[in-house]
Design a protein around this ligand. Structure first.
Ligand code: ATP
Ligand code: MG
Length: 502
C-alpha cells in the first residue's frame, strides 16, 4: 500500500525539489504526494482524506510559526508532522518538536536518504505512540472504573497517582495528597502509630513483600473508617521494585455488622451462662426459704392455738423474710437477664445528684432494718448531671446494701459524691469484714461470693449488676478491700454522656 505524504509548502521550487528527491528513491513507488501551499488547504485535506505523514513548512502565507502545528494536531492528532525550516529557524524547529512534531529538516540540507529516514521514523514513532496511548487508555479504564481506592506510589512512598474512585472522595484535599509521602497525608497522618504502620508497610513492600491488613484512616468528614488495605510491589525486568500499588476498600459497614453480631453472640452466651448458673443454684437458694416457709406455715396451721402472740409473729416474720429473699433473687436474675439480652437501656436525663442521694439514703435507712449510720458527703453546690436514674439507683442501693450487710451492726457507712472536671466520683466505704485478696478478682462474676461471708445471706449478683450499670454509663469501677479493715468502692461516671448504648 502506498503512503500518502501531505506536503505543505508555498515555495514551489522547494516543493519540486522535495518531490523530486523522493521520486529518485528506489522506493518511490511507495509514496504518493499531495501538495498544497496554504495551511487552510492542508487542514481541509486532513479532514477529508487519510494522510500518513505531513511535511510542514513553518512560514506559510496564512500561518507562521508553531500555530500551524497546533491546528493540525487538533484536526488529525495521530498524523505525524515533520517540520521544514530555513537555515536560521533551527530554534523554532526545536520548539516545534517539543510541541509534538516528530522531526525537523533544514531546507537546503535535505538529502533523499535523510528525508526517507525522517518520514519512516516519524510514521513508526507515531504508530508506537498510538499503541502506547491505547494501552494507557486500557490501564486508565481499569484504574479509574474500579470501585476500590487505588494509589500508585514510588518505592519510597510518594503518592504519584490516584484513581477516580479515590479522587472523588478526596476532592477537597487532592493537592495535599499528590507528590507527598503517603504517611504525611491527612488520611493516614492523623496518628503517630498509623503513620509508623504505613512507613513500615512501605519499607516492606519496597523490599518486595505484599502487605495486607485492616486499618483505620481518617475520612474527609473527620471520622475514622475501616479499610481493607493492601500494598503490592511492582518489579521491572531486573527484579527491582519500581512502583507500589496501594489498594483499599471501605469495610466500616461490614465491621459494624461484625461487631454487632459479636456483641449479640456474647450477650447470648452470657444469658445462657446466667440461665445455667441460675438453674444450678436455684435448687439451693430456693430450697432454704421454701423449707422455712413450709415449716412456719405447718406450725401456724397445726399449733397456732398453743403459740403465744409473739411466737406467731416470729413465724410470720420468717415467712415474709423468706419470700422477700426469693423475690430479691428473682428481681436480680431478671435484671441481669435483661442486660444480657440487650433489653436494659441507658436513658440519660438531667439529674441533680445531691438531692437524689439524700432521698435514696433516707429511704434505705427506713427500709433496711439495720442500725447502721450512713454518712453522706458532697459539695455544697448542687451536682447537676445527665444520667440514667434507674441505673444509678441499682448501683448505689447494691453498694450501700453491701457496705451495711458486710459491716458490724451500729457501724458507719460512707457515701461521698463529688465532681471531678467532667466526671462524677462516687465512693462507698465501710469498716466491715473486708474481702480476701483471692476473691477480689471474681467479685463481678455472677453468683460469686467471697469465702468469708459466713451466714450472711446473699446471691452474688449485686456487684455484677453494679458493673453493668457502670458500663452502660461508660464509666469505671474500682474496689479496694482489706480483711478486717473494710472495703471502698470507687466509681467514676461521665457527668454528661452523649453516646447511647444498650
Ligand atoms: P446480692 O446479690 O444479694 O447482693 P451478695 O451481696 O452476696 O448478694 P454481691 O453484692 O455481688 O453479692 O457481692 C459479691 C460478694 O462480694 C459478696 O458475697 C461478698 O462476699 C463480697 N462483698 C461485696 N461487698 C462487700 C463489702 N462491702 N464488704 C465485704 N464483702 C463484700
Ligand atoms: Mg450484694
Amino acid at each position: 500500500m502506498r503512503l500518502t505524504i501531505l506536503l505543505v509548502e508555498d515555495n514551489s521550487a522547494d516543493a519540486d525539489l522535495l518531490i523530486e528527491s523522493l521520486s529518485t528513491d528506489s522506493f518511490s513507488k511507495a509514496w504518493q504526494f499531495i501538495h498544497v501551499e496554504r495551511l487552510g488547504k492542508a487542514l481541509q485535506c486532513l479532514e477529508q482524506q487519510s494522510v500518513d505523514v505531513v511535511l510542514l513548512d513553518l512560514s506559510l502565507p496564512d500561518s507562521h510559526g508553531l500555530d500551524g502545528i497546533t491546528q493540525m494536531q487538533t484536526v488529525a492528532p495521530y498524523v505525524p508532522i515533520v517540520v521544514l525550516t530555513g537555515r536560521d529557524d533551527t530554534e523554532m524547529a526545536i520548539q516545534a518538536v517539543a510541541k509534538g512534531a516528530q522531526d525537523y529538516l533544514v531546507k537546503g540540507q535535505i538529502s533523499t536518504q535523510l528525508l526517507t529516514r525522517a518520514i519512516r521514523y516519524a510514521i513508526e514513532r507515531t504508530q508506537i505512540f498510538k499503541q502506547l496511548k491505547a494501552s494507557e487508555c486500557r490501564f486508565r479504564a481499569v484504574f479509574d472504573q474500579t470501585f476500590q481506592f487505588m494509589v500508585l506510589l514510588s518505592p519510597d512512598g510518594i503518592v504519584l497517582e490516584l484513581n477516580q474512585a479515590l479522587a472523588n472522595v478526596e476532592a477537597s484535599r487532592l493537592d495535599a495528597l499528590l507528590h507527598s509521602p503517603i504517611w504525611e497525608t491527612e488520611r493516614w497522618g492523623y496518628a503517630e502509630p498509623i503513620q509508623q504502620w504505613m512507613k513500615n508497610a512501605i519499607a516492606a513492600a519496597a523490599q518486595g513483600q505484599i502487605v495486607r491488613d485492616e486499618i483505620q484512616v481518617l475520612s474527609t468528614q473527620g471520622e475514622l473508617r475501616w479499610l481493607d488495605f493492601s500494598l503490592k510491589p511492582l518489579k521491572d525486568e531486573t527484579n527491582k521494585v519500581v512502583l507500589l500499588i496501594a489498594e483499599s476498600r471501605d469495610i466500616s459497614d461490614r465491621k459494624l455488622i461484625e461487631a454487632k453480631m459479636l456483641q449479640t453472640l456474647e450477650q447470648q452466651q452470657a444469658l445462657n451462662q446466667l440461665k445455667s448458673d441460675f438453674v444450678a443454684m436455684s435448687s439451693h437458694e430456693f430450697r432454704t426459704p421454701l423449707t422455712t416457709i413450709r415449716m412456719a406455715t405447718e406450725l401456724l396451721e397445726k399449733y397456732s392455738h398453743k403459740l403465744t402472740e409473739a411466737k406467731r409473729a416470729q413465724h410470720f416474720e420468717r415467712i415474709y423474710a423468706a419470700i422477700a429473699s426469693m423475690l430479691h433473687l428473682l428481681d436480680e436474675v431478671l435484671l441481669l437477664g435483661k442486660v444480657d439480652a440487650g433489653g436494659l437501656h441507658y436513658e440519660p436525663a438531667p439529674l441533680e445528684l445531691t438531692t437524689y442521694c439524700h432521698d435514696l439514703i433516707e429511704t434505705l435507712q427506713l427500709t433496711t432494718k439495720s442500725n447502721h449510720k450512713i454518712i453522706f458527703h458532697c459539695s455544697d453546690e448542687p451536682i447537676q448531671g445527665e444520667m440514667d436514674q434507674s441505673l444509678i439507683h441499682h448501683m448505689l442501693t447494691n453498694l450501700l446494701s453491701n457496705a451495711i450487710k458486710y459491716s458490724p451492726d451500729q457501724g458507719a457507712v460512707w457515701l461521698d459524691v463529688n465532681c471531678q472536671s467532667d466526671c462524677v466520683k462516687f465512693q462507698i466505704k465501710d469498716e466491715g469484714m473486708g474481702i480476701p485478696l483471692q476473691d477480689q478478682q471474681h467479685l463481678f462474676e455472677t453468683f460469686y461470693r467471697a469465702n468469708n461471708v459466713g451466714k450472711i445471706q446473699g446471691t452474688g449478683l449485686g456487684l455484677a449488676i453494679v458493673k453493668k450499670c457502670v458500663e452502660l454509663h461508660q464509666g469505671q469501677i474500682q474496689l479496694s478491700s482489706d480483711v478486717g479493715i473494710g472495703t471502698t468502692v470507687t466509681i467514676m461516671l461521665p457527668r454528661f454522656c452523649a453516646a447511647t448504648s444498650s
